[in-house]
Design a protein. Structure first.
Length: 139
DNA sequence: GCCAACGTTGGC
DNA sequence: GCCAACGTTGGC
């Protein structure tokens, strides 16, 4: 099972809204970046992801599960863009801030640190485990 | 509100 | 196919 990170501005689409969708989940639509799209194409149903609030919050606030593999983005009419569906799994008990991630040398290679602008990112297994530990998530 | 980093676009 | 110009993102 692969692990990922999904970034969003809470003013646009927040963890609260994501949770309000319940088990029905939500298309992760609107992504218009090839790298991010290709990551979504590589995802499989059942993969896990961190849900990260950018902007003024800058912290990982929740855990999501990929509930549907990549399919055409319903907000795109050109056929170029795909997206997956996400279901909220759990709150991060103690949200993990960007500062905390940057402060830990073991996380220095995280994409979040090195390419903050990429909105859908792969997360290595060791990084996943450590961030979950930092956040008190034992899932 | 500024600016650095990065991706995309378009002219050549 | 290269590269300059531009727009956007996101951290500070």
């Amino acid at each position: 099972m692969a692990c990922w990170l999904f970034k969003t501005e809470p003013e646009g689409w927040s963890w609260e809204k994501q949770k309000s969708k319940g088990k029905a989940g939500q298309e992760w639509d609107g992504v218009r970046n090839f790298q991010a799209r290709n990551h979504m194409r590589a995802m499989q149903k059942g993969d896990r992801g961190f849900f990260y609030h950018s902007g003024s919050e800058r912290r990982i606030v929740g855990i999501v599960e990929v509930s549907a593999a990549a399919h055409p983005d319903s907000t795109d009419s050109t056929g170029t863009w795909d997206c997956v569906d996400l279901v909220a799994l759990a709150d991060m008990p103690n949200p993990v801030s960007l500062d905390a991630v940057k402060a830990d040398a073991r996380l220095k290679d995280m994409v979040l640190v090195n390419n903050a602008r990429l909105s859908v990112q792969p997360v290595r297994a060791a990084e996943w485990a450590l961030v979950c530990k930092m956040g008190g998530y034992s899932g």
